[in-house]
Write a protein that binds this ligand. Structure first.
Ligand code: PGA
Length: 244
């Protein structure tokens, strides 16, 4: 793991955008694994600015998102389909036909997950996977568990994740209880992984990811075994880690 220590959220966002734009400049038809949540929003905003300046071109890029709430339609403002268009896709020149998010509107969990696995596998997995980390060490919606998950599957969200995500909903009862998520094995197929963390509420998870035992109880800890993983984290998120 390469740990890049940055000052704050803005610094993290710019550095992450730099790494993603370098990927797209070097390989215009690359495949990007993308993430939702609060953490990557600043990175997407920075990429939009560079797109507007003509510095980065997404015309040939394909994207594969990590997860989606089960039971939300694509046009539901709380869905990750909607989020991705709202914060990123509608502001750049990406071909929407090349963007992929698990189909939360399909109530048949087995079919929806198998279809997403097929799509990601046939794409040859991703060149660069962007990740956030949950306060409980989750990646995508792979929650702490007894075993590491493999392909795309349907998960019951933990109370901690429901509580963390309820800030984005009007009422905690509105947060969906299940989601479809890429599995840990699929995430580990990415040629390169870029995981971002900002703020002291992520400090324990970042410490355990980077320095704890590799265990499915901290799903992000598996990234210690990836041969090309970059952690970009700010001082607050690194406050429990040994100083470099
Ligand atoms: P956040 O979520 O960026 O909203 O903190 C991260 C995650 O749960 O993966």
């Amino acid at each position: 793991m390469k740990i890049v220590s940055v000052r704050d959220y803005d610094d993290m966002s710019r550095k992450a955008a730099n790494i993603i734009s370098a990927q797209v400049i070097l390989e215009p038809a690359c495949t990007l694994g993308l993430a939702t949540g609060t953490t990557p929003i600043g990175c997407y905003k920075q990429l939009i600015k560079w797109y507007e300046k003509g510095d980065v071109d997404f015309a040939e890029v394909s994207t594969y998102n990590l997860d989606e709430y089960r039971g939300l339609t694509h046009s539901d403002p709380q869905s990750y389909h909607y989020f991705m268009r709202d914060v990123f896709f509608d502001h750049i020149n990406i071909d929407l036909a090349r963007t992929h998010v698990p189909d939360g509107s399909n109530p048949d969990a087995e079919a929806a997950c198998a279809e997403y696995d097929r799509i990601v596998r046939e794409a040859g997995y991703v060149d660069l996977q962007l990740l956030g980390i949950g306060r409980n060490g989750h990646i995508g919606f792979n929650e702490p568990d007894e075993v590491f998950s493999k392909g795309t599957h349907c998960v019951d969200l933990t109370p901690s994740t429901i509580e963390a995500n309820s800030r984005l909903f009007e009422r905690a009862e509105d947060v969906p209880r299940q989601a479809y998520t890429m599995g840990v094995q699929t995430i580990m197929q990415a040629r390169r992984i870029l995981i971002l963390a900002s703020g002291s509420d992520k400090a324990q998870a970042v410490h355990d990811m980077c320095y704890g035992p590799v265990t499915p109880n901290v799903p992000a800890s598996i990234l210690q075994l990836h041969t090309n993983c970059i952690v970009v984290a700010d001082e607050a998120a690194l406050e429990l880690c040994p100083k470099a």
